[in-house]
Design a protein around this ligand. Structure first.
Ligand code: ZN
Length: 449
């Protein structure tokens, strides 16, 4: 009996030793480039699966697997790992409408209605200051802000102010030719709005977009004034006017759509137009409340955006999520009009679909691009956490993002931005803002900080 017991003990020890050898040497499992593990994974897949102690496996620019940390540890090995304990791991946020370089006009002209704000302040400021250098410095500053607040995809509309429409289209075409095969950049043609661009140029913009199979981006029905002006000039709503010109005949993304009627919504749904909702900008410019819950019921492809920082002052998609949730509750006098889960869908999976990128980004699933972020949930403000989705929408700020990964490349880890020199970007932004101040406020000598 003793010998037999001893024998059993020996066998057990041998098995334990072999298991220890395997795990210490890391020889088991498929080799991959990066594993983010130990966090609460909010996948945003079609089943809205949440994995309490989960991991995301990345190889190159793609996600290879998503699962429980223990299971992943058995199946995959990687020299690089990111420990996400105490954090939520979720798809990078998708900003479906912004004007990134306008961060350099942040706080320049607050508290005006859209028409005054544009014509008295922003268009003159742009005419005096926008240059390739302005756009480059503003874009880097905006991108730094987005990396630090967890945005991994954005739809941008911006331009060089000196271009006439013909020059603008020629420039757009060379831009498309330069970038059409880039893995990170989808070039697009972006006529500003139905009230600021005339019909022949709108049609030429559509034709150019379709020639290359790229999207057309446009502002739509942002204010009641726009609807009135288009109605007077063309005897149709902005949506139907653009429909009559064939503008929706191809990949399209419309921003705002605050003032739609039922027929407009049906047209936009039928034409599969992505529509960007910008609650912060719509509230601040007092443009109105878009009928987003009705959009979704009508089958429209809705996403969420911040608009430019000149109108909504920052590019924080967490703030956009919270504003969207609260705006539609009070707008409909119904706390269930815009639940947290739906808002998070707008900022991830639905936003990807609105951009026509639903098969590539917007959820954490094998085969999709490795665009993901981790969000700290250990502070006083996040304690306790019963439901990570509630916290992401109602508690989290952009500053809570710890890690930002785009296409498998770690852009920020533990809040250290790795791909930009943060101080250089901030210094250049302040220097360019000083030039903006001199151009538009020469009578003041206040220093830009
Ligand atoms: Zn805009």
């Amino acid at each position: 009996m003793r010998a037999y017991r001893f024998h059993l003990l020996l066998v057990a020890l041998c098995v334990v030793t072999v298991m220890l050898v395997i795990s210490v040497s890391g020889q088991s499992g498929q080799p991959v480039s990066l594993i983010v593990r130990g966090g609460t994974v909010v996948t945003m897949n079609a089943a809205n699966q949440v994995i309490p102690d989960g991991a995301v496996v990345i190889d190159g620019d793609h996600i290879v697997a998503v699962g429980a940390t223990d299971d992943i540890a058995r199946l995959y090995r990687s020299a690089d790992t990111i420990d996400a304990r105490g954090q939520v791991i979720l798809p990078g946020l998708i900003n479906t409408h912004t004007h990134v370089p306008m961060v350099l006009f942040r706080g320049l002209a607050d508290d005006y209605a859209l028409s005054d704000w544009l014509t008295k302040y922003i268009f003159p400021a742009e005419a005096k200051t926008v240059s390739p250098d302005f756009v480059r410095i503003g874009a880097l500053l905006g991108e730094l802000e987005m990396i630090e607040s967890g945005t991994t995809t954005f739809a941008d509309m911006y331009y060089f102010e000196d271009a006439t429409p013909a020059e603008g289209l020629a420039r757009a075409e060379s831009f498309i030719e330069k970038w059409q095969n880039d893995p990170r950049i989808t070039p697009a043609v972006a006529p500003h709005a139905p009230t600021t661009v005339d019909a022949p140029v709108l049609k030429a913009a559509r034709a150019l977009a379709n020639k290359y199979g790229v999207p057309l981006l446009i502002h739509l029905a942002e204010t009641r004034d726009e609807v009135r002006d288009v109605q007077q000039a063309h005897h149709a709503s902005p949506t139907q006017y653009l429909e009559s010109l064939g503008i929706w005949d191809g990949r399209s993304l419309a921003a705002h759509a605050v003032w739609l009627d039922d027929a407009d919504m049906k047209t936009l749904a039928k034409r599969k137009v992505g529509v960007a909702h910008n609650p912060g900008s719509n509230m601040k410019l007092a443009s109105g409340i878009a009928a987003v819950p009705t959009w979704i019921a009508e089958g429209m492809l809705a996403g969420l955006g911040t608009d430019g920082a000149a109108s909504s002052n920052d590019l924080d998609m967490f703030e956009a999520m919270r504003l969207a949730a609260l705006l539609h509750k009070v707008g409909n006098m119904d706390p269930q009009a815009m639940p947290a889960r739906l808002v998070l869908e707008l900022a991830t999976r639905r936003g990807a679909q609105a951009l026509g990128l639903g098969d590539k980004i917007g959820s954490l699933e094998a085969g999709k691009l490795a665009d993901l972020i981790t969000v700290d949930m250990t502070g006083a403000r996040q304690t306790p956490m019963f439901d990570p989705i509630s916290h992401l929408v109602y508690v989290s700020h952009g500053d809570d993002v710890r890690t930002t990964i785009v296409g498998g490349t770690v852009l920020m880890q533990d809040r250290q931005v790795k791909t930009l020199d943060r101080q250089d970007v901030l210094n250049d932004g302040r220097r360019m803002a000083e030039a903006v101040r001199r151009a538009v406020m020469p009578e003041t000598d206040a220093r830009i900080r």
